[in-house]
Write a protein that binds this ligand. Sequence first.
Ligand code: SIN
Length: 196
Amino acid sequence: MVLDTTQLNRRMTHFDDHEAIWLFGYGSLIWKAGFPYLERRPAHIHDWVRRFWQGSHDHRGTPQAPGRVATLLPRPGAVCHGMAYRISPETLRPLDVREKNGYLREITTLHFADGATAQGLTYIATADNAAFLGEAEPAAMARQIAEAHGPSGPNSDYLLNLADALDALGVEDSHVADLARRVRAHASTGAEPQPR
Ligand code: SIN
């Protein structure tokens, strides 16, 4: 797949005639909206898990030293918690640019705390995109995140802001929490935390 997914996303016209669209955010879109929205509500989606398996060449790293950012992996039975935004369709244009490093719009069902559901969109970077890094040892992923830096700032800010935002939502995500613990230890001592 091409490195810049903007044009691929622009061909996805599924919601163009809708007055408003629900967008599900699970990474930076939880803690850094940076776009106008009509409404914002915690939500979750089924059968996906959040993983720091996507490379970031444009925001939290560089082509020479990519960072690691969140994407979703299919996992039947899993639940991924995040934030839903009701937006107007035009707001997708700048979002396609922000998410251009491998993410594609995916249609999904959002579930809200009151039991209501809605069809909406989420941006997913699948394993076949050019920036995908995949799984690595937790210590290696944490080291990469602790050291990477891109035009949007340190990669560690992305991870730690996400960990704090999930805590504030009362969401337990052991993958994010474990990486955050390792990166915090790296920042304070430059060393890996001891196993416990
Ligand atoms: C998201 O947050 O929903 C997509 C990935 C990102 O922009 O961090």
